[in-house]
Design a protein. Structure first.
Length: 438
């Protein structure tokens, strides 16, 4: 049967598609911008037909209705990253989180550690050869399509077509549901004086010809703004957002010095505004690859002068980095933080650097400020990046190099970049903790 007939045969309504889901199934979605909301909404509308369906994904930008307490008999969240949409279900006890390095998710799926009965994905309409493009999220999507018992696809004609490891033949998908909706857009972050200062310190660690990994939000965007006078930068990053487009268009990012994938920005997913979705559409300068390639420390290590920039919740005196929990509250996930920190450490040119950049203080719920540099990690918090892996910590007050430093020197370097209002208190804690003069 040719692919056009197959497509026609498998085309159905969202309501019909979600009838494939059975009680007790393990269902996963493509994540972030690629969440197939038409299918997810239909699944939630059909909730009464299911009991104990497990729902998994990385970042969720959707409504997360399946995680609400009224559906707890129908759906059970088992998230691989915790976003606001599902955070409540974990705190309330009926949802859960599985810690996992992002680069390992495809292998967990392949080995059946993450068993998928149903995978739901957003794709572009098929091209003349019968291939759909998975667009903005390659990461674990390609392996999930390969391994899931049943694949349901929302075919959205507004999904950009990207190049790389991002095409799936119609024959691999069991049900198609057509839609036409703009991709979700993120609002641009507010960049204040603190972020700009952090950006300038990070820029001091970035040489011409460096390859960058950046996360999302105000700090990565402020770093990008501080790089306007650099030359020949490259991108090998779990994700990119709008800020990268400015530097690419200004010729600062040209990927010309990269150790691998020279001439290309290599990315596994992206989130931003329509500007970046238009930028990547049919753009040979961007190569989307699966996360077990992009984030694999051994691949990361092959980049030239790699600099990874990520953020955290808090850092203790020894350099233990807490990035995904606030006390016992599971706030986000490890994502690709450790993948890149380890890749930078393994750099084959010996020039990799891993930065954790954060404001020196955070505002608690009651409005009081607390230092993000602390003598000890909070009770119940998880260490995301260990003291053995940590490299540089940057705040708006400077750079603390931690690699090769003794416990006391780590603490001294960190206290020197803490907020001045907390420094004296931290010095007293230092003297108690180490039984030594600051
Ligand atoms: N104690 C208590 N609360 C704290 C805190 C601390 N030490 N530090 C931050 N917070 C609170 C903030 O007040 C804020 O609360 P709000 O949501 O009620 O406003 C919240 O935590 C988020 O802080 P913010 O500084 O706005 O976070 P961010 O958007 O810059 O994200 C991380 C920071 C650490 C959560 C995020 O970078 C992350 O999840 N990292 C791990 C994954 C990763 O690095 N992936 C790789 C790159 S994609």
């Amino acid at each position: 049967m040719n692919w056009k007939q197959l497509y026609k045969e498998r085309l159905c309504t969202a309501e019909e598609a979600v009838n494939c889901i059975k009680s007790g199934d393990k269902v996963a979605f493509a994540h972030a911008i690629a969440e197939p909301t038409v299918l997810v909404d239909a699944m939630v509308a059909n909730a009464k037909a299911y009991k104990n369906v497990e729902i998994s994904h990385m970042v969720s930008l959707g409504k997360g209705e399946y995680s609400k307490p009224e559906y707890k008999e129908n759906f059970r969240v088992n998230s691989w990253f915790v976003s606001p949409a599902v955070r409540g279900s974990i705190a309330e006890g009926h949802g859960d989180y599985t810690p996992v390095f992002f680069y390992e998710i495809p292998s967990y799926i392949r080995k059946g550690i993450f068993k998928l009965n149903v995978f739901m994905v957003t794709v572009s309409p098929p091209d003349e050869h019968g291939y759909c493009c998975v667009g903005v999220s390659c990461d674990y999507t390609m392996q999930a399509i390969e391994s899931a018992d049943i694949v349901l696809a929302e075919v959205n004609d507004q999904v950009p077509v990207v190049y790389g490891d991002a095409f799936v033949h119609v024959s691999k998908i069991d049900r198609f549901v057509e839609s036409s909706r703009p991709l979700p857009e993120l609002s641009l972050p507010h960049i204040g004086e603190t972020e700009l200062a952090i950006g300038r310190y990070c820029a001091e660690l970035i040489e011409d010809g460096a390859t960058l990994q950046l996360g999302i939000g105000a700090i990565p965007d402020a770093v990008l703004q501080a790089l306007k006078d650099k030359k020949d930068l490259g991108i090998h990053s779990e994700m990119i957002s709008d800020g990268v487009v400015d530097l690419y268009e200004a010729g600062v990012i040209n990927n010309s010095q990269k150790g691998i994938n020279k001439g290309k920005m290599v990315v596994t997913f992206l989130m931003g505004t329509k500007r970046i979705y238009d930028f990547i559409d049919h753009n040979p300068a961007v190569e989307m690859r699966t996360v077990d390639y992009v984030n694999h420390p051994v691949i990361v290590a092959q980049n030239t002068k790699l600099v990874s920039i990520n953020s955290c919740i808090s850092v203790d005196f020894m350099g233990q980095v807490v990035s995904d929990s606030i006390g016992i509250t599971q706030f986000s996930g490890v994502g690709g933080q450790v993948d890149f920190i380890r890749g930078a450490a393994m750099s084959i040119d010996g020039k990799g650097k891993a930065i954790i950049a954060m404001p020196s203080v955070a505002k608690k719920k009651d409005g009081t400020l607390i230092s993000k540099i602390t003598p000890y990690i909070d009770k119940g918090a998880a260490v995301t990046t260990s003291r053995n892996d940590v490299d540089y910590i940057v705040t708006e007050y400077g750079i603390a190099p931690l690699k090769g430093q003794t416990l006391k020197n780590r603490a001294r370097n960190l206290i020197n970049i803490s907020h001045p209002d907390f420094r004296e208190e931290l010095k007293i804690e230092f003297e108690k903790r180490f039984n030594a003069k600051f």
